[in-house]
Design a protein around this ligand. Structure first.
Ligand code: ADP
Length: 441
């Protein structure tokens, strides 16, 4: 600052001297004034240069000016540098924040006070069919035209969510998206979306399952209650009483089988997959299940089925003996129950060239029409409802089989032709199959 005034005084002194020497003593004052005017003009020119530099924001080419103006320029440069650094930091933080929201499995949409789209992540774009670039500043109700969503927005009751069909939804592929709006800031809104298709399907399955179980239990219970009432109200002969008791025992057994299959399913769902340490000898597994099948055939058809097997002696499966017995037992029990008396049933085990193996059961029963085959492993799906019930079926046998084989890393395949019998194959991957090598003597 001092240097600036020294410059002013120097110019005034120069003017004074010039007035004195060049003209005469009275011109001294005029000379000093002229010096001051020159200084003012110079100072104003420096000020204008700084102003135009600030306006142009040309930070790289700052004007080179002396004393106080130079210090001012230096201060502005430092301030600008520090603001620049802060802006860069904020931008980097904002970019990271937006990248995190992009990675979120939930859809995120920011709306301004007029419900126009300010920002959208990829997930919400996919859920609602929005283009995150093209649709910026579009009114959200112009893009999401579902009436349920429009009414949700207009009612502005945002403590609940609304479900609408997703942009990818079609008749074959139902997609359901739940949307919830959270107001924030000055009338702004945060819209969150998530795919609830699987949740809704699971909910529908659960409802169906409970309805099916109730239906399955209600029938035998009604029959049982009817017989109990009959026995309570009527004075029955011994023969009739025994007949009714026999029928009641049948219904109780039916309920027992249902409960037992339900427990098996729930155990399969709730337990960890069988490890590979437990090893089951295929020939023993088949022999044990064939003995049970023979017993069932005695009861249902006087043992008239021809039940045989074809299994290599050295083949082993890595898995759970209980689960594998339950799966094969169900397949063999179905074969016996659905194959008319005198029919043939065979179980076998084939080692495959890729190291895997097939455990199969084939019968000469009535066969299954092709339209039913894909649905047979669904819970409670039955083709022949009355035959299933008459022979003690629960509708859960093949669902258990599918579960067991999936837990062993394999899959079930069914081939059947009406009138020509059926074949059920359980395919095991190579890592579940072993060859038994007897210890050298
Ligand atoms: P269920 O207890 O009724 O036998 P499953 O799940 O074991 O239930 O089988 C589903 C349906 O598949 C059965 O109701 C039956 O209609 C059909 N099915 C299963 N195995 C056979 C078979 N070997 N031959 C003909 N139909 C079969």
């Amino acid at each position: 600052m001092t240097a600036r005034y020294v410059e002013l005084l120097a110019l005034m002194a120069l003017g004074t001297l010039y007035g004195w020497y060049a003209v005469s003593l009275p011109w001294v004052f005029v000379g000093a004034m002229c010096g001051a005017v020159v200084w003012l003009a110079l100072d104003n020119w420096r000020f204008r240069r700084i102003l135009s530099w600030l306006r142009a924001e040309d930070w790289a080419n700052e004007p080179q000016l002396p004393h106080a103006w130079g210090q001012l320029i230096e201060r502005v440069r430092k301030l600008q540098k520090s603001l620049n650094g802060k802006a860069k930091d904020s931008q980097a933080r904002l970019d990271e924040f937006l990248a995190a929201i992009q990675a979120s499995p939930n859809g995120v949409l920011l709306l301004d006070s007029q419900l126009r789209i300010e920002w959208a992540n990829e997930t919400v774009a996919e859920h609602l069919g929005i283009d995150p670039q093209r649709d910026l500043m579009q009114h959200v109700t112009n893009l999401i035209r579902d009436p349920a969503f429009s009414s949700y927005l207009s009612k502005a009751e945002f403590d609940s969510e609304v479900s609408i069909p997703g942009a990818q939804a079609s008749a074959k592929n139902p997609v359901s998206v739940a949307i919830r709006v959270h107001p924030y800031g000055k009338k702004r809104k945060l819209l969150l979306s998530r795919d609830v298709t699987a949740k809704q399907q699971a909910e529908a399955m659960r409802r169906d399952f409970v309805a099916n179980v109730s239906h399955e239990i209600r029938t035998p219970l009604t029959v049982l209650a009817g017989f109990v009432e009959t026995m309570q109200t009527l004075d029955l002969e011994d023969a009739d009483r025994n007949h009714y008791l026999g029928l009641m025992a049948q219904q109780a057994e039916r309920m027992q089988s249902l409960v037992s299959d339900l427990l098996t399913l729930s155990k399969l769902e709730g337990s960890p997959t069988p490890n590979r340490q437990g090893v089951v000898l295929a020939s023993e597994l088949i022999a044990k299940c064939l003995a049970d099948a023979q017993g069932l055939s005695e009861v249902l058809a006087g043992g008239s089925h021809r039940i045989t097997s074809d299994v290599p002696q050295d083949a082993q499966l890595a898995g759970s003996l209980d689960e594998l017995s339950s799966a094969l037992g169900n397949l063999l029990s179905n074969a016996v129950r659905y194959t008319p008396a005198g029919g043939a049933i065979k179980a076998g085990f084939d080692l495959l060239p890729d190291g895997g193996a097939n455990l199969w059961v084939t019968d000469t029963g009535p066969g299954i029409a092709p339209e039913h085959v894909p649905r047979l492993t669904e819970r409670f799906y039955r083709v022949d409802r009355s035959r299933s019930r008459e022979t003690g079926g629960t509708g859960l046998g093949l669902a258990i089989v599918k579960h067991v084989i999936q837990r062993h890393g394999g899959q079930v395949s069914i081939s059947s032709e009406l009138g020509a019998g059926s074949t059920f194959v359980l395919h095991f991957p190579a890592d579940r199959v072993r060859r038994f090598s007897p210890r050298p003597r």
